[in-house]
Write a protein that binds this ligand. Structure first.
Ligand code: NDP
Ligand code: MG
Length: 377
């Protein structure tokens, strides 16, 4: 039987690559709904090709050609898609804070989730994971590091002692602090290994992406922060590793491509050939470097460790301030390094709420965003 699937954020980097995987595995999947933001032209092409039953865009547009599909709008539309129990799995591939509500809706309706949107877990990981567990819903990681860890753990989490998350180091790995401080938007968006959306690409340049991933790993694998390490691996062949209690280390290795982690998440526990990327050749990989991360030059991951260990609303605050600072950088209002100083400043002023409920999380998120934006006026 075909697996029924919907994608929210289908017009983005992860969304389009998910559709490439599904195209290859067309006998195994039926698309129920697609949701994009503003890119109506691309959504029209996807609708014509994949014939979903419903589609969602952020705002009404005369240019949308739904080809008979039901048309939905905005956040409510995303939530309606995620409430449709016809779905076996939903890919949450929107960027930023928009991912949280649809994810909660899917959980409420008992639908498994292939989660690309890491911000969801940084905002409200305790609540999301608890609700998913109670509902028997699987949260399958799409992020390549977490997919690597998930593949290595293979159901034996109680025997794992440590997670080793790899990081490419981003475009400024070997640059000086001065060069980082003067980096242009264009330089920050030129990631050496991955072609991704703008928000995550900037996060990769500041290494906040790794900070968010540490928190994401803590929630997905229920692992103490002391047992999550980061290592720089510029070639991005080793997607991450785990160490078992007996000292044995397992890593997941391959040519850098998001197709594999996406495919693994939506096909789990099967492993079809699908859109297999070219095989990795150990003999041809000329370099296989591992370096200690420099948290002085890139302070964001250290702040993320601190926020993670503090828990409660600390990571909600860090995430909101970071997202607003990233948009301000992209709009040319602040420098790349200001992203860190902004997040740190807002974070230090925040009175952490210990066990926030979901309404408090949304409230805190809004407050922090408003406060952060004030700084850029
Ligand atoms: P993109 O910016 O490429 O895509 C974001 C998607 O969300 C687009 O389809 C966009 O629509 C849609 N969107 C934006 N705003 C809204 C809105 N208000 N309502 C509905 N849809 C909206 O991001 P990525 O694909 O790069 O990243 C998505 C998530 O996956 C992020 O959380 C990121 O951290 C994570 N991730 C991404 C990786 C990658 O390789 N790209 C790797 C690991 C994780 P439109 O373009 O039509 O406006
Ligand atoms: Mg990643």
């Amino acid at each position: 039987m075909k697996r029924k699937i919907s994608i929210i954020g289908s017009t983005g980097s992860i969304g389009t690559q998910t559709l490439e995987v599904i195209e290859k595995l067309h006998d195994d999947f039926e698309i129920i709904s697609l949701a994009g933001g503003k890119n109506v032209d691309l959504l029209n092409k996807q609708i014509a090709k994949f014939k979903p039953k419903s589609v969602c865009i952020s705002e009404k547009s005369e240019n949308l050609n739904p080809c008979g599909a039901k048309v939905l709008y905005g956040d409510e539309g995303l939530e309606e898609i995620c409430s449709n129990k016809e779905n076996d799995i939903i890919v949450v591939a929107v960027s930023g804070k928009i991912g949280l509500r649809p994810t909660l809706k899917a959980i409420e309706n008992g639908i498994d989730i292939a989660l690309a949107n890491k911000e969801t877990l940084v905002m409200a990981g305790d609540i999301v994971m608890k609700r998913a567990k109670n509902a028997g819903v699987k949260i399958l990681p799409v992020d390549s590091e977490h997919s690597a860890i998930f593949q290595c753990i293979h159901g034996e989490s109680e025997k794992v002692d440590r997670l080793i998350i790899t990081a490419s180091g981003g475009p400024f790995l070997h640059k000086s602090i001065e060069e980082i401080k003067n980096a242009t938007v264009e330089q920050a968006l030129a990631h050496p290994r991955w072609n991704m959306g703008r928000k995550i690409t900037v996060d990769s340049a500041t290494l906040m992406n790794k900070g968010l991933e540490i928190i994401e790993a803590h929630h997905l694998f229920d692992m103490d922060y002391d047992r999550i390490n980061v290592v720089i691996h510029p070639q991005s062949y080793v997607h991450s590793a785990i160490e078992y209690k007996d000292g044995s280390i397992l890593a997941q290795i391959g040519v850098p491509s998001m197709h594999l982690p996406i495919q693994y998440a939506i096909c789990y526990p099967e492993r079809p050939q699908g859109i297999k990327s070219r095989s990795f050749s150990f003999a041809d990989a000329q370099k296989f470097e591992f370096l200690k991360p420099d948290f002085e030059k890139f302070p964001c991951p250290a702040l993320a460790y601190e926020a993670g260990r503090t828990g409660g609303s600390a990571t909600t605050c860090m995430n909101a301030a970071n997202e607003e600072a990233v948009y301000a950088f992209l709009e040319g209002k602040i420098t790349l390094y200001d992203i860190y100083t902004t997040v740190e400043k807002i974070y230090r002023q925040h009175n952490v709420v210990k066990n926030p409920n979901i309404d408090e999380i949304f409230e805190i998120d809004n407050e922090i965003r408003a406060k952060t934006r004030e700084l850029f006026k």
